[in-house]
Design a protein around this ligand. Structure first.
Ligand code: ADP
Ligand code: MG
Ligand code: MG
Length: 463
């Protein structure tokens, strides 16, 4: 059993330990050996639990037929896709990810204050990427009028994959706008804790190995605290959502939360850009401000990974070392040597444009093609992309539950750590880790978001 690489669900200390031998090794529960009846029973319980506890989303199938799902509350709901059991994750890596969350929060804040750094780092991207260019225009206008954001609110999520070969936890990206799933992510952890409580004895699992997840509460608390700092009891919190809701009349706005605005399609006309500019001009606390938004771009991630750049923003040497340890290889396309290597071995790289929301990256042979095309078309376009080391996480068998049915597949996981940050002038009011998000996707898919149908919501089982 222990010689087998996959698939494994490692569980808490039970009588099975003797079989494994050695007092350090923890018992391993092979998913293949899980009794089918038990799996079916757990799936059934999990589906009932999901309906009772709001682990649900609007059902696209119903939406197509009656057009009421997603508009009429309580109509046409389906459970969100989830992994039946939490995914095994090493506790020391989890601790590391938690530890750096407040440091990343602080980093975003510091970088956001350096307007020149943001403008210069993105100056060439601006020429070839119309969307980033519009964001930078708003940012320039704010610099021109010397607009100060005294109260700053960030609701972030730093995403990681555990690289199998190096055993390093490497950062995929840092999200500063519309960070998704603090709500459902928290609920999935509860689902898993409930299953482990009920079936722990059969599985040999300990419910305490799944950390509780308070992302939703922490984020709402940070929003509420921002509202308090704004100090106008009559003012409200405005949430910008897709598609064209522009709900701006009547009330003073204390906090603007952008659940939309990260993609070009969120700005179908000039009116949306005018609205974004207007909001940036206003005294409302923006989550995120234009500077926080730009700080979350892939280009800035790549610039921050260059030697001696973190040092500009963070004083503490140990903190710098901790952040750097989780940086994967990141390169500008101006680096001719790395482009040569990537053309030769494209599967070792991911090519990324300045976009959010999944489905925008380039993988495998397409990387080679894209790089060769860019070589022909000239240097300008280079600045639209970055190259990143491809991370290869360990895959393991997972039960994925979608549309009421369960199937087993090989899957890899991405851990996201939420971080909330609130500051008023010199006073840091909130700087904390705020729960987590585990997403698990079938190994055969390059990207696959939860909504796109490849990934499921998951939680952790710490070993
Ligand atoms: P987005 O802002 O669109 O979410 P990401 O950088 O997170 O962009 O990339 C989307 C997905 O692509 C990730 O969730 C992950 O599955 C995959 N991915 C991104 N970078 C890498 C990488 N360096 N190695 C392996 N997979 C990656
Ligand atoms: Mg992102
Ligand atoms: Mg992402």
């Amino acid at each position: 059993n222990s010689a087998r690489k996959t698939p494994t669900l490692k569980c808490g200390r039970t009588a099975q330990m003797e079989i494994e031998g050695g007092s350090d090794s923890k018992p391993i529960l092979d998913l293949h050996s899980l009794d089918d009846n038990l799996v079916q029973k757990m799936v059934y319980d999990a589906l009932v639990w999901s309906s009772l506890h709001g682990l649900v989303v609007g059902d696209r199938n119903v939406q197509l037929i009656v057009q009421r799902s997603g508009t009429v509350p309580g109509v046409g709901m389906v459970h969100a896709p989830f992994a039946l059991l939490p995914t095994v994750f090493p506790e020391n890596q989890w601790k590391l990810a938690c530890e750096v969350a407040p440091i990343f929060n602080e980093l975003v804040d510091r970088v956001s204050l350096d307007g020149k750094f943001l403008q210069e780092s993105l100056s060439r991207t601006k020429k070839v990427d119309a969307f980033t260019s519009r964001l930078l225009d708003i940012h320039s206008k704010m610099l021109e009028i010397n607009k100060k954001e005294e109260i700053r609110l960030g609701l972030h999520r730093s995403d990681y994959m555990l690289d199998e070969k190096t055993k390093l936890l490497l950062q995929i990206e840092l999200n500063t706008i519309s960070t998704s799933f603090p709500g459902l992510g928290s609920v999935v952890s509860e689902l898993h804790r409930s299953l482990l409580k009920n079936y722990g004895e059969h599985l040999g699992c300990d419910v305490n190995c799944t950390p509780s997840n308070d992302a939703a509460n922490r984020f709402s608390e940070a929003l509420a605290k921002a509202w308090i700092e704004y100090n106008n009891p009559k003012a409200v919190i405005m949430v910008v959502v897709q598609p064209e809701e522009r709900n701006m009349g009547g009330h003073a706005i204390a906090v603007i939360y952008f659940r939309a605005g990260y993609a070009p399609t969120d700005y179908p006309s000039e009116a949306e850009w005018r609205a974004r500019l207007l909001m940036e001009h206003s005294s409302a606390i923006k989550c995120p401000s234009i500077s926080y938004h730009l700080t979350g771009t892939k280009k800035i991630q790549q610039e921050l990974a260059k030697p001696n750049v973190l040092e500009k923003f963070i004083d503490n040497k140990e903190d710098i070392a901790k952040l750097r340890k989780c940086f994967a290889g990141l390169w500008s396309l101006d680096d001719a040597d790395i482009v040569d290597t990537a053309i030769e071995k494209p599967h070792l790289f991911v090519m990324k444009p300045q976009r959010e929301g999944g489905g925008n990256n380039i993988y495998g042979d397409d990387v080679r093609e894209a790089l060769l095309r860019l070589r022909k078309d000239g240097k300008e376009q280079n600045a639209a992309y970055i190259l990143m080391q491809r991370i290869f996480p360990t895959d393991s068998a997972t039960f994925l539950v979608r549309d009421g049915s369960c199937h087993k597949d090989h899957a890899v996981s991405e851990l996201g750590i939420y971080g909330a940050y609130l500051r008023n002038k010199d006073k840091v009011i909130v700087n904390e880790r705020s729960g987590y998000l585990m997403r698990t996707k079938v190994s055969s898919s390059n990207e696959g978001g939860v909504a796109a149908g490849f990934a499921v919501l998951d939680s952790l089982y710490l070993t």
